[in-house]
Design a protein around this ligand. Structure first.
Ligand code: GLA
Length: 384
């Protein structure tokens, strides 16, 4: 990706780019649908990234060519309009949000290349937003404050693109730490890097199904969580303990009760998972990951038949008893990927057995890959 972007840049502009920036996609070990409840998440930036090779322009315009879409998007920083849809809106949205936050921006032109799968739940849009923010910061000489930039990316997505996501994806793409997952408190935005237990790895299990009707279902879940927070008289479900929940839950409407139970228990599981990681306890971490799946499936109702079958295959797979600690659906839900925590030694056999099982039970091909934990958005090269 890196060479694709720089080689095409040199071909088009006849010189090396001034900067090469990258921002990663992510997986989330645990802490699903907790970010917009001011809760805890435990994501990891992965070695699938958006790369942009850029050079500044002095006419206040931005022009980006995407090697994946074979399309160029251009706009003036002084008058950004949102008449189009598509990948360019994420870049315009970031430019808009940076200017709204008071930053003075320099224009640029560049080549963009990505290997973050689109719509698979690996946060290709947050990676694009954070790569764009990195590019603007580099050419405009802005300091890189990961938390501030994540907020800008979230604002671009909420207000420019119109998707009311939480802060998790932008935070991890901006602030990831190589070799670690990041425990993020989505209220204070404090982060704490935590390493995977020794000898373990995270496998991405793509169901090859893509999310449908996600926005409306996501917004409905958010509204149900807000209704539950109002019932408990707190700003967000983060403020409700399992004991408080259990003491009052029978007075809640059945659906809202199940949604709230997921969030309250998932917050507790996420903190326990970070503890298990610090104690190098892969078995406990795997157990928590698997209970997260049951909760997302039964209480939050965001899993699908394919995601459930994939997770079942991880426990059925012959090699799994030896090497798989736990698995769950990941991200917003309704399609996309599951993840499994496995013993590094069993990776190959695990991937083969799960793929065979998934093909037998769904007739679909699973795309399975190991992922490594990387840094968040960074400038990879500053050419003199
Ligand atoms: C999507 C959103 C995130 C988060 C997850 C669910 O990825 O973008 O903010 O809410 O869903 O955990």
């Amino acid at each position: 990706m890196r060479t694709r972007a720089t080689a095409e840049f040199e071909r088009r502009f006849g010189a090396a780019p001034a900067f090469l920036v990258r921002a990663p996609g992510r997986v989330n070990l645990i802490g699903e649908h907790t970010d917009y409840n001011d809760g805890f998440v435990l994501p990891m930036a992965i070695d699938r990234d958006v790369w942009i090779a850029v050079q500044p322009r002095d006419d206040g315009r931005v022009a980006v060519h995407s090697l994946d879409y074979h399309e160029t998007v251009g706009f003036p920083l002084g008058n950004i309009s949102d008449e189009h849809s598509g990948w360019g809106e994420y870049i315009k949205g970031v430019a808009w949000a940076l200017q709204e936050a008071g930053y003075s921006l320099t224009g640029w032109e560049g080549i963009l290349a990505s290997d973050v799968p689109i719509g698979a739940g690996l946060s290709s849009s947050a990676a694009l937003e954070m790569a764009a923010a990195r590019a603007f910061a580099a050419v405009s000489g802005l300091p890189w404050d990961a938390t501030q930039m994540a907020r800008i990316g979230q604002r671009a997505e909420n207000e420019w693109v119109g998707m009311s996501c939480g802060i998790m994806d932008q935070m991890i793409s901006a602030a990831g730490v190589e070799g670690h997952a990041l425990l993020i408190d989505c209220r204070s935005l404090e982060t704490r890097p935590v390493p995977l237990p020794p000898g373990t790895a995270v496998v991405v299990l793509d169901t090859s199904t893509r999310r449908a009707l996600l926005d409306s279902a996501y917004n409905e879940r958010r509204a149900q969580c807000e209704a539950a927070a109002r019932f408990f008289g707190v700003p967000a479900l983060r403020d409700v303990s399992i004991e408080q929940f259990e003491a009052q839950a029978d007075r809640l409407d059945g659906v809202v009760r199940r949604r709230a139970r997921h969030v309250v228990t998932e917050n507790a599981r996420t903190l326990q998972a970070a503890q298990a990681m610090l104690q190098e306890d892969a078995v406990e971490l795997g157990r928590l990951i698997s209970s997260s799946h049951a909760s997302l499936r039964d209480d939050f109702a965001v899993s699908t038949d394919e995601l459930d079958k994939m997770v079942t295959c991880t426990s059925n797979a012959r090699s799994a008893s030896a090497g798989c600690y736990g698995a769950r659906m990941m991200g917003a839900g309704f399609g996309g990927c599951a993840i499994a925590l496995i013993h590094t030694n069993s990776a190959r056999a695990f991937a083969r057995d799960v793929a065979t099982c998934y093909r037998r039970s769904t007739g679909r091909e699973a795309h399975i890959c190991l992922c490594a934990a990387t840094n968040g958005a960074e400038v990879m090269h500053h050419f003199p």
